[in-house]
Design a protein around this ligand. Structure first.
Ligand SMILES: NC(=O)c1ccc[n+]([C@@H]2O[C@H](COP(=O)([O-])OP(=O)(O)OC[C@H]3O[C@@H](n4cnc5c(N)ncnc54)[C@H](O)[C@@H]3O)[C@@H](O)[C@H]2O)c1
Length: 401
């Protein structure tokens, strides 16, 4: 079957299996080249668990751990398999990313175990614990990179939905409409107190804490273990929808969780827990958030001009090499947060982005911002628009490739 991108409500709803594999291969190549270009680090993680491992920052973390630092990895994600007969529907990109990762890890002699299932369930945690015990290993790095719209509480069975909404006042902002290639205006009503609380339940630190404590209790965390969860701050103008909105409440909750987990891990395992503030990237999750796509397209243009632009894999290489595994203490800001959004938040970059955003019109937005680059990343997250892939060729299988 020939597979072309299907875009609905600014979300790409299908994936190109061969393109996904090519995108994974190119991230692996990047991690390997970075590894070859630096002196052997004084410390490396040996066994790494990534929860939310199949796309975006989690996938880049797993690739960096394995191919940049030589670690065996366990990946957990929730992805949908493709089907050949009778529907010929593609799976989700993460499904193909996982397959490509596992194949490359095996070829490189790196152990990799991939679980497809609900990271909010106790059962998934148990499967991971059993697999680690069976392998006779201990985990020395846990990355938590789940982005989800829903969570079923594993104790009560209650379903919670997260909402990306402002708090207090409605918000109207512009976004890039991929279907029409134009700027369109989107509005978001303020969240109810219940929606805000539910977003904290889904995207806050509770599930990360459950993972950390269950793994510690089972005795599968190594002495000196580190655990990291990802967050985003972004520029002041995005705060109404992000940092001061429902998702910001969830992010503050995970900062509080990090403090509690850090204390516990230091006391029991000489371990550490961190929030890493990452750069805004085009992943499957954020393309639908109002104002963010337009900001990112201008940001990319400015950062590319300055030679400081990074995607997920570049960010994760820096996180590992310059923050987590330097051989010394992990560098953080005054609030104990790891900042790899430093290049994005550089005041010179932000000033320039602000100036250019004020000049955007329907006619000039593709030139003022890096619309082409942004659109590429949007499509690439689903395996489309990848160099060297023949999109006119038949994809032999939606299940495997
Ligand atoms: N994208 C950005 O610009 C950005 C910037 C800074 C920080 N972050 C943060 O990084 C983290 C990851 O975001 P992303 O953009 O890489 O997301 P993504 O959508 O690319 O990946 C999300 C991952 O979560 C997994 N997942 C979702 N629900 C699951 C479930 N029930 N069980 C198991 N796995 C599940 C998916 O399978 C996938 O592996 C989030 O915390 C996000 O806030 C993102």
């Amino acid at each position: 079957m020939i597979v072309q991108p299907l875009i609905r409500n600014n979300i790409c709803v299908n994936a190109h299996p061969v393109g996904c594999a090519a995108a994974v291969a190119s991230q692996i190549k990047y991690a390997q080249e970075k590894r070859a270009g630096r002196a052997a680090p004084r410390e490396v993680p040996k066994t790494v668990l990534v929860v939310g491992a199949s796309s975006g920052y989690g996938l880049a973390s797993r690739i960096t751990a394995a191919f940049g630092f030589g670690a065996d990895t366990i990946g957990v994600s929730l992805e949908k398999e493709g089907s050949d007969y009778p529907t010929q529907i593609t799976g989700t990109p993460g499904w193909y990313n996982n397959m490509a990762f596992d194949r490359a890890a095996k070829a490189a002699g790196l152990a990799s175990v991939t679980f497809n299932g609900d990271a909010f369930s106790h059962a998934m945690r148990k499967q991971v614990v059993d697999a680690v015990k069976q392998a006779g290993k201990k985990i020395d790095l846990v990355i938590y990179s789940v982005a989800s719209a829903v969570r079923v509480d594993p104790d009560t069975g209650e379903l919670y939905r997260s909402a990306i909404k402002p708090i207090g006042e409605a918000l109207t902002g512009e976004t890039i409409d991929y279907a029409t290639g134009k700027i369109s205006t989107v509005s978001a009503e303020p969240a109810t107190a219940e929606e805000a609380a539910n977003t904290v339940k889904v995207m806050g630190g509770e599930n990360w804490a459950l993972w950390t404590r269950q793994l510690a209790h089972a005795g599968v965390l190594a002495n000196g273990v580190k655990t990291v969860i990802y967050s985003y701050n972004g520029p002041a103008f995005s705060h109404a929808i992000y940092r001061d909105g429902t998702i910001g409440e969830a992010k503050r909750h995970l900062e509080e969780t990090a403090k509690a987990l850090d204390k516990e891990l230091r006391a029991t395992l000489e371990g550490e827990a961190y929030v890493s503030i990452n750069k805004g990237a085009v992943t499957r999750t954020n393309a639908a958030i109002p104002t963010i796509p337009l900001y990112l397209s201008v940001l990319f243009k400015v950062m590319k001009e300055r030679g400081t632009h990074e995607g997920c894999i570049e960010q994760m290489d820096r996180l590992f090499a310059e923050r987590l595994y330097t051989g010394g203490p992990v560098p953080t800001d005054g609030n104990g947060l790891i900042r790899i959004d430093d290049l994005e938040m550089d005041p010179k970059v932000q000033d320039e982005v602000r100036k250019r955003m004020a000049t955007i019109t329907q006619e000039n937005f593709a030139q003022v911002g890096d619309f082409k680059g942004y659109r590429h990343d949007f499509l690439a997250a689903n395996g489309f628009d990848i160099d060297g892939v023949d999109y006119s060729a038949d994809v032999p299988s939606m299940e495997r490739f």
